[in-house]
Ligand binder design. Structure first.
Ligand SMILES: Cc1cc2nc3c(=O)[nH]c(=O)nc-3n(C[C@H](O)[C@H](O)[C@H](O)COP(=O)(O)O)c2cc1C
Length: 347
């Protein structure tokens, strides 16, 4: 039994039924039309909304113990923020980097670092099953003043936004993003007034490796907790926001280059081996950034205008070159063995 644990991080922690649930609960281009119509029609029938929203669990005859409010000052402040929190779908003003920082840094952040604890390294602003924190936040900047349009990873340990890709660097950036929000589900949303979108990404295996299928529930609970914190932090800063559950899952996944839960790759760029190094060094997009730096460097060589490089950039270029050598060696050996039955005949 113990030896199973050695493969914990690389084994799929979810059963096929849970992976099926993830697949089946997706909004796709095939079901979005029906789903959109269903959601729209239910909202237009007040009877249904009232039946669902006003529903309370009927317990019949039972003793009712009255609850008293005796909030202290801090509790009252929390209550005041909750009272003003609401979802807003029409936006009048773009936020700036400072507003965004305040929302992120007050929603999902490290509250305490443990020096002596063997495994609980840092407490965060939400409770999380097993303190495994499977959720990562990404930010798509559309009109955030002081922040270029593009996709960022919210690095809560570093309190930074790590740039994954800029709109100007990626062909069809907006077209690809809008694929996730087709007309039939977009409704009245007007992205030209939206400052940016926070995406919740989960590395399910971070919890599933410990809790198995139950980890999926725990990951969803983390999302709820962070979502509420984002709403409260926004309300406290007088910033409008709204959760949006209508989007094509696969389009967002591919926009952010997420891998599928059951993805199995061998040694190709962006595959698991590269993520092992990313995890090992704790650097996001290690291969992607190294590739881009090397491309820039190659352009400089071609124009004979080589700029001074930082140690980080030099390491990235070396990492990319080493990756190229290893990929070539790997595929060379692979092709060598796989073609053995053919070439051995001529020996
Ligand atoms: C998981 C989730 C998905 C949601 N999806 C949408 C959505 O796609 N479009 C939308 O206009 N509002 C969406 N909302 C916002 C809800 O409609 C809103 O929270 C609800 O009407 C209650 O209103 P309030 O947040 O102002 O209290 C979503 C909220 C949650 C929590």
């Amino acid at each position: 039994m113990k030896q199973d644990i050695y493969n914990l991080f690389y084994d799929q922690g979810l059963n096929t039924e849970s992976l099926d649930f993830i697949e089946r609960s997706k909004m796709t281009t095939y079901n979005s039309m029906n789903l959109g119509m269903r959601i729209g029609s239910i909202m237009q029938i007040p009877y249904y909304s009232k039946q669902v929203a006003n529903h309370t669990t009927e317990l019949g005859m039972c003793e009712k113990i009255p609850l008293q409010k005796t909030f202290n000052e801090t509790a009252l402040k929390l209550r005041d923020i909750q009272l003003v929190r609401k979802s807003t779908r029409k936006f009048n003003k773009f936020i700036n980097l400072e507003n965004l920082s305040n929302v992120l840094l007050n929603s999902y952040f490290v509250t305490e670092i443990f020096k002596d604890h063997s495994h609980h390294l840092a407490r965060r602003s939400i409770a999380s099953g097993g303190a495994l924190y499977p959720i990562d936040l990404y930010y798509i900047s559309l009109h955030t003043e002081g922040l270029e349009n593009g996709t960022y990873f919210y690095n809560l340990h570093n309190e930074s936004l790590d740039c994954l890709v800029l709109e100007k660097e990626e062909k069809n950036y907006m077209t690809n993003l809008l694929k996730a929000f087709p007309e039939e589900i977009k409704g009245e949303w007007d992205f030209s007034t939206v400052s940016g979108i926070i995406i919740f990404g989960a590395v399910i295996n971070r919890v599933a490796c410990k809790y198995g299928d139950r980890g999926l529930r725990f990951a969803l609970m983390d999302v709820g907790a962070i979502l509420q914190n984002i709403h409260l932090a926004s309300a406290a800063e007088n910033i409008d926001c709204c959760a949006i559950g209508g989007y094509i899952d696969d389009a967002i996944d591919s926009f952010l280059h997420f891998r599928y839960p059951d993805a199995y790759n061998i040694f190709i760029p962006g595959s698991d081996e590269y993520y092992i190094f990313e995890d090992l060094f704790g650097i996001q997009r290690l291969y992607g950034n190294s590739f881009e730096k090397s491309k820039e460097f190659w352009k400089e060589i071609k124009c004979l205008k080589i700029k001074r490089k930082s140690m980080i950039d030099i390491s990235r270029i070396i990492y990319f070159l080493l990756s190229c050598v290893f990929i070539t060696m790997f595929w060379g050996i692979f092709v060598f063995f796989i073609s053995y039955p053919i070439w051995s005949r001529f020996m």
